[in-house]
Ligand binder design. Sequence first.
Ligand SMILES: NC(=O)c1ccc[n+]([C@@H]2O[C@H](COP(=O)([O-])OP(=O)(O)OC[C@H]3O[C@@H](n4cnc5c(N)ncnc54)[C@H](O)[C@@H]3O)[C@@H](O)[C@H]2O)c1
Length: 306
Amino acid sequence: MAEGMLQGKVALITGSGRGIGRSMAILMSSRGASVVVNDVGAGLHGETTGETPAQEVVDTIKKAGGNAVANYDSVADWDGAHRMVKQAVDTFGKIDIVVNNAGILRDVMFHKMTPEEFDAVIKVHLFGSIYVSRAAAPEFRKQESGSYIHMTSVSGLFGNIGQVNYGAAKTGIVGLSNTLVLELAKYNVRSNCISPSGNTRMTQSVPVRGTEEEKKAREKKMAATPPESPGILATFLASDLAKDVNGQIIGARGSEIYLYNHSRPTRFLNHKGGWTPELLAESLPKLAPMFSPVVPAKTWMPWTPD
Ligand SMILES: NC(=O)c1ccc[n+]([C@@H]2O[C@H](COP(=O)([O-])OP(=O)(O)OC[C@H]3O[C@@H](n4cnc5c(N)ncnc54)[C@H](O)[C@@H]3O)[C@@H](O)[C@H]2O)c1
């Protein structure tokens, strides 16, 4: 295989048996990385299927001349997370790249959401990202290098109806990434989030509602957002060429790449001697023109990428 930007690197990509993760695994391998293809083979809602998509991706990578090994552990299991990192080190000698990508959905309106529906999604996305990151952290510190890449979502960054569990987990992942930056930058370890769009079974599961025109627009958007584009961004972020990119949230949607900001105080009110609720009632509403509105992502970015 030709020399590539990830030559000599070892990547663990969770949930890479299907969808966006699969594209990442194949692309990173084509750029020289040895890959641990982790996937528990779950159904969209986290149910057991008996499928082994991780092995299929490994076969595809090997057929193309790359190095890959399958792992079937769940990211939602502390010991499983440690086993997948150990497998990378035992098989390929080290670990350089962790992509927290595994995911499931249990969409339901909040007033009907059961503890099980909340826990299952938080467990895979948030706990899973924390467990796998935690398992790799001692290795990254020891070798004084490493790149974490976490999948967040517009569902957390903007909010999305029917996805309290998913959105809360995806915003929590940003908190994980920010803190990894602060703790590990001195060890030359980077951590970035991708907010991806990709035509996968996950997006295909979103019910199509609205007018014929809206349905057509959605079809157009799905066609314009192949699962490969977030993988292109992830491959760059994983490489040493991205050494100056740290602590960022970057969107990848078809032909578009876009940078998010972080939440920062924008206005300060200071009342000598302290506030009372009544004083605040007079002053705080005056900031209304500066309030950040909560709107769905499609209100902020209504266009379809090329
Ligand atoms: N597709 C999009 O437009 C989109 C948008 C925003 C965020 N995301 C995020 O991108 C990531 C990939 O999404 P996708 O659309 O490719 O989904 P997908 O359903 O196609 O793939 C997810 C994979 O994760 C695996 N998985 C589920 N639970 C697991 C567990 N406990 N341990 C290991 N593997 C597990 C599944 O078996 C599946 O193969 C997810 O984190 C998702 O939340 C996707």
